[in-house]
Design a protein around this ligand. Structure first.
Ligand code: HEM
Length: 165
């Protein structure tokens, strides 16, 4: 037996023992609040899926456009970092979309970051619009052809979009 197989076998025995200990106890691990108890499974089930995360992706992608257009490049960069972070959460709660998300990151988010760093709005806009097209293709590919994202015609009113000092 190879050393690696021995290590794997030992780990499998250990995992099995832990599993049996939990089962022998028969009480699922719970988290407690003043309102009651939730099992780990219930807590996992409550984590946001893409439907929830996408609303934030949508907001951040929208704001990134008007921030870049207005010259607040730091804000555009910040919003795009936010999109990445939401995608990371999506990869955890809905791993079946991981390949699509990684492809989107490589084709759209990486170049967008570069255009933001170069403060090049013309290049930014081209990639940005390709990003909308690709997102909608992915919606269709994930059986959601009813979801067609459009860039809102109005900039956000609650943030300063002009160049920062
Ligand atoms: C890798 C890229 C993407 C993938 C794989 C993807 C996939 C999905 C999926 C599967 C849903 C349906 C989720 C559900 O309800 O179960 C969804 C919803 C949605 N997506 Fe995306 N999407 C991507 C990128 C984007 C981008 C870039 C935007 C916006 C800029 C966007 C906007 C939305 C919106 C607004 C919804 C509806 C959310 C709601 O229920 O209110 N998506 N997306």
């Amino acid at each position: 037996m190879q050393r690696r197989d021995v290590v794997d076998t030992k780990r499998a025995f250990r995992d099995d023992r832990v599993q049996k200990l939990v089962m022998a106890d028969e009480k699922p691990i719970v988290g407690r609040t003043k309102h009651g108890e939730l099992t780990l499974d219930q807590i996992a089930e409550l984590q946001p899926g893409l439907g929830t995360l996408m609303r934030d992706v949508s907001d951040r992608y929208w704001i990134a456009y008007y921030a870049a257009k207005g010259g607040n490049w730091d804000l555009a960069a910040y919003q795009l970092r936010g999109v990445r972070s939401l995608f990371k959460k999506g990869n955890l709660t809905r791993p079946k979309y991981k390949g699509m998300v990684e492809n989107y990151t490589k084709k759209i988010l990486d170049p967008l970051d570069q255009h933001v760093a170069a403060k090049n709005f013309a290049e930014f806009e081209q990639t940005y619009r390709a990003g909308i097209e690709l997102a909608n293709k992915l919606h269709a590919a994930t059986d959601h052809s009813e979801i067609v994202w459009k860039l809102p015609p109005n900039p956000p009113q609650h943030l300063d979009l002009g160049p920062t000092a």
